[in-house]
Design a protein around this ligand. Structure first.
Ligand SMILES: [Zn+2]
Ligand SMILES: [Zn+2]
Length: 183
């Protein structure tokens, strides 16, 4: 069987055409050579988009896979990381001490110590309680009464042994919160 390519108009054997579900004869209307050239030209022309598309697709797929994997192998991963740390202790410590001095590293250190502090807190409250509290305040800041993104403020500061129970918490906007913190 022979077929004429719609692109280069050469009469070519069927095997020179790729399989296609959507075409009547199950073959593309242009030959493999033309098809390859078209794909190549398209990618060359839209190189940036093509590369970012690949990246996006890869990220999406990889992230999903990674999440699933890390859930299924939680203990194994933990053990492996501990072993790795013991083996390369010196190098890791050196690297992290350098990293901790960068802006990003400092930021992460702050988050870490905040999380540790929260762990050691006196009492706790649920996300639900916090949401109810915000609703009670009509989603407004307790000080400036403005509709802003609200953060948890401890009425008696944690540093003065205030608790983390909901009764010691009020919703404040970022600026009121930091103003209070600085006074
Ligand atoms: Zn062709
Ligand atoms: Zn405010």
């Amino acid at each position: 069987m022979k077929k004429i390519c719609s692109k280069c108009h050469k009469n070519k054997s069927n095997t020179e055409f790729s399989f296609s579900k959507i075409h009547k004869d199950n073959l593309y209307s242009y030959c493999r050579d033309c098809g390859n050239k078209m794909t190549y030209d398209y990618r060359k022309k839209n190189r940036k988009k093509y590369l970012s598309d690949i990246k996006k697709r890869y990220k999406k797929y990889y992230y999903k896979y990674y999440q699933k994997y890390s859930l299924e192998h939680k203990e194994q991963i933990k053990k492996r990381m501990q072993l790795y740390y013991l083996k390369h202790k010196k190098r890791i410590n050196l690297r992290s001490s350098i990293y901790n001095k960068t802006a990003k590293g400092k930021h992460i250190q702050r988050i870490k110590s905040y999380k540790q502090r929260v762990k050691r807190l006196n009492g706790s409250h649920t996300l639900n309680e916090w949401n109810t509290l915000k609703k009670k305040f009509n989603y407004k800041c307790a000080i400036c009464k403005k509709h802003k993104k609200l953060t948890r403020d401890h009425i008696i500061p944690l540093s003065k042994n205030g608790s983390n129970y909901i009764k010691n918490i009020q919703p404040l906007c970022q600026s009121c919160n930091s103003r209070k913190y600085n006074n």
